[in-house]
Write a protein that binds this ligand. Sequence first.
Ligand SMILES: O=C(O)CCC(=O)C(=O)O
Length: 290
Amino acid sequence: MNEFIDSATVLDRPAMLRGRMARYGYLFFRGLLPADAITPLHQAMMLACRDQGWVDAENHPAGQPRLEGSPEFFDVYDNVQRMEGFHAFAHRTEVLSIIEALVQEQVLVHPRNIARISFPKAEFFTTPAHQDYVHIQATPATYTAWTPLSDCPQELGGLAVLASSHKLGLLPVHKANGAGGLGIDTDDIDLPWHTTDFKLGDVLVFHSFVVHKALPNRTQNGIRLSTDFRYQGVSEPIILDGLDPHYGRLGWDEIYRGWQRKDLQYYWRNLPLKTVARDPSFHANATEKK
Ligand SMILES: O=C(O)CCC(=O)C(=O)O
């Protein structure tokens, strides 16, 4: 795997950011966010794991790996979705300015914010190579910001991008284990994978057509916590359920109970959004994995 190209040095050059995104399909920023913007969320999520007996006092996994989407997963994940700090983290100005440079208009932060909890000893469930568009839909000009909530060396299961693969258009999908449940066969694609040993504060932004995957968590007892948030320009259409909480289990009223900040609640309702229905055919037509 090659090392990511670091765009932290060209942060204040919007045309350069757009140029690099057009060329590689991603922008990586070393040290974009201060540690104190991240560690409280890491601690809160670990505490939510500890409350349910998923981790011990050292934050080491207790018992079997918990897999996203399994019934017990929601014992913790519903509580993460309730956290004001988790949703507020999607609105960091450092990230919003980058997206604004890309879309060149007012930014819509998708309310459907996602956190990942990746256990060791669950390699089969590592997020497969995929393009986000099949899940997000509506407009290709959607960007994901992926942020690990701690240092994330490759062995803890960071994210890797198939550089420039957004230029290949939409690729066929097969059913797969791991987040999203859809994978792409990349064996015959002659493009390089880029990744890094992520440090606390690093942020990876990528286009919805770029192929990316998680690396397996090969540590003995480390849990990788990360967030993935989506952004687009307000004039682009958005899928209707992109305005719902991730997994749609809780209503926003339930999630917002006890929050301090009103400006982070229902903020999209004041925007002139164009919503479109979800196209179910990506999942419906996915082939079995060879
Ligand atoms: O963090 C992960 O394992 C998956 C993140 C990702 O690829 C995505 O949400 O599109």
